[in-house]
Design a protein around this ligand. Structure first.
Ligand code: ADP
Ligand code: MG
Length: 500
């Protein structure tokens, strides 16, 4: 940071808790006019929370906020906005039912003397702004009809051109294509020249190093490093992010783990040059019987689209799939299931019914497999009892409402559905997200059992720990392309992050 310049924004000793959980602890942070300040840190490190304090979203915290040297306490996001602070949130916060133009001018529409919205002017100006940002879209189209990446770009454009003096971008590039990222960076640099202060949060450390002047690193709610971008490296930042030493209770995967020799058992799934506009490019891989293939990447890397294609919910633009050597064209989830593919989606809640007893939850997949054949409740219960036994679901009570079970046991129920008629290929999306250590270990053990039964298993996750704890072989997906495969070699959290 250049000496002697007055920060446009200064935070002193910020501490913030949610319930009993401390999200930030004693954080100092300063932002200079005409500076692009990068923030990095693992998921949950506290980056978004700090930014939401600046943007007036979180109003209860301890510590001081100074704007132009003046102590300030925003009571709302509107207050912060009035003070010239604008933020692109990690979660899209556009209004899908409004037009593109209305979204660009959200809460700020041009009106005439009678207070009526000047539609034509609004559409023209919105179109001009977006064009300056390289976005070619009809300003009168409904925003929700556009692809997510484009919606994200429009939201970014809205914030960048709002005239704010402080602009915060919280992981804005996850759904953007490389040329869109380039255009964003050109615009950020132009704003910097005009004296705007910018905070840029991203998982893509190369991007942070390329565009920002200063980088701050968060770990476990604390600021652990601040440095000029020119004076650091990707490796040094990753090391600061994940920390070293035995501070973590769980296995932290900071040391190398040796992946086994690749399996030479039969290929269950072969994916060849799968492509999908904006999401996947020429993705090819094989999944083998008795092997767990991990697919790791940041949010928006294409994992979700890939899993949807494998389960027949999304049609690829190009590429082929083969199961057991037979080419498949999955036109529906039923077709995928008939071919022996089972998917446990990210939100296992989407497939589980908390108000229904455990046995119903287990039998539901059976019912829709043989829908013409109605199972008697006694049969359903018998099948469920067998599964409860096999997977050691606790408590072992078939009639208990699912909602009464712990997360790990619910996950077992989700798996039990598939084991009644074991699939050839099991696709697990974020199988341990949000679980405590005990539940995670349960899931790890189940996956190992299924592998031993000879299933081909694919684990898709944005958490390095998840793939490291489960996978025999790991692919890294970056912006829709496979950029690295780890097999029969040492791998660790920092090697994965480095590759992504
Ligand atoms: N609204 C909230 N309610 C409860 N806990 C929250 C909330 N927002 C964030 N947290 C918790 O605060 C911590 C920091 O989260 P966050 O600031 O989102 O991290 P990051 O943006 O670095 O991934 C996490 O433990 C998260 O679970
Ligand atoms: Mg965040």
């Amino acid at each position: 940071m250049p000496e002697g310049q007055q920060p446009i924004l200064e935070l002193q000793g910020i501490t913030k808790s949610f319930g009993g959980v401390e999200a930030l602890r004693g954080v100092d942070f300063a932002l200079l006019p005409g500076e692009i300040h990068g923030l990095v840190g693992e998921n949950g490190a506290g980056k978004s929370t700090l930014m939401k304090i600046i943007a007036g979203v979180h109003t209860e915290f301890s510590g001081r906020v100074l704007i132009d040297g003046q102590a300030t306490h925003f009571r709302s996001a509107r207050d912060a906005h009035a003070a010239g602070i604008a933020m692109v949130h990690q979660e899209l916060s556009v209004a899908p039912d409004l037009t593109v133009a209305e979204n660009v001018f959200l809460g700020n529409q041009p009106t005439n003397r009678l207070g009526l919205v000047q539609w034509r002017r609004m559409a023209r100006e919105a179109g001009e702004q977006l064009a300056r940002f390289g976005i070619d879209v009809d300003p009168m189209s409904r925003l929700g009809d556009l692809p997510i990446g484009l919606q994200q770009l429009i939201e970014i454009a809205r914030v960048l051109f709002s005239g704010a003096r402080i602009v915060i971008l919280d992981e804005p590039t996850s759904a953007l294509s490389p040329p869109e990222v380039e255009r964003l960076f050109v615009t950020l640099k132009r704003l910097r020249e005009q004296g705007t202060a910018i905070v840029f949060i991203s998982h893509f450390i190369e991007d942070i190093l390329r565009v920002s002047d200063t980088v701050t690193v968060f770990r476990n709610g604390r600021k652990v490093a601040e440095t000029a971008s020119a004076a650091t490296s990707k490796g040094a930042l990753i090391e600061a992010m994940i920390g070293r030493g035995g501070e973590a209770l769980e296995h932290s995967y900071t040391d190398d783990l040796m992946l086994p020799r690749p399996s030479d058992s039969s290929v269950v799934l072969k994916v060849d040059k799968l492509s999908l506009a904006r999401s996947l490019q020429d993705v090819s891989f094989e999944a083998r019987a008795g092997e767990v293939l991990g697919i790791y990447g940041f949010m928006g890397c294409g994992q979700q689209e890939l899993s949807r294609i494998l389960f027949g919910k999304l049609k690829p633009d190009a590429g082929t799939l083969a199961v057991d050597g037979t080419p498949k064209r999955f036109t529906s989830t039923a077709a995928a299931r008939r071919a022996g593919v089972a998917l446990v989606p990210e939100s296992r809640r989407a497939m589980l019914f908390h108000q229904e007893p455990v046995y119903k939850n287990i039998s539901i997949s059976i019912l829709d497999r043989i829908s013409s054949l109605l199972l008697k409740p006694a049969q359903e219960r018998d099948i469920a009892k067998h599964q409860i036994d096999q997977l050691q679901i606790r408590p072992p009570v078939v009639g208990l409402d699912l909602g009464m079970l712990s997360g790990g046991n619910q996950q077992k129920v989700a798996l039990a559905k598939w084991l009644t008629y074991p699939p050839k290929l099991l696709v697990l999306c974020e199988p341990t997200r949000g679980m405590d250590v005990g539940a995670k270990n349960d899931v790890i053990n189940i996956v190992r059992d299924l592998r031993a039964m000879g299933l081909a298993i694919i684990v898709l996750s944005t958490e390095p720990e998840t793939v490291l704890s489960l996978a025999d072989r790991i692919l890294v997906l970056k912006r829709g392309a496979v950029v690295r495969e780890f097999r029969n070699e040492p791998v660790s959290k920092d090697r994965l992050l480095e590759a992504a």
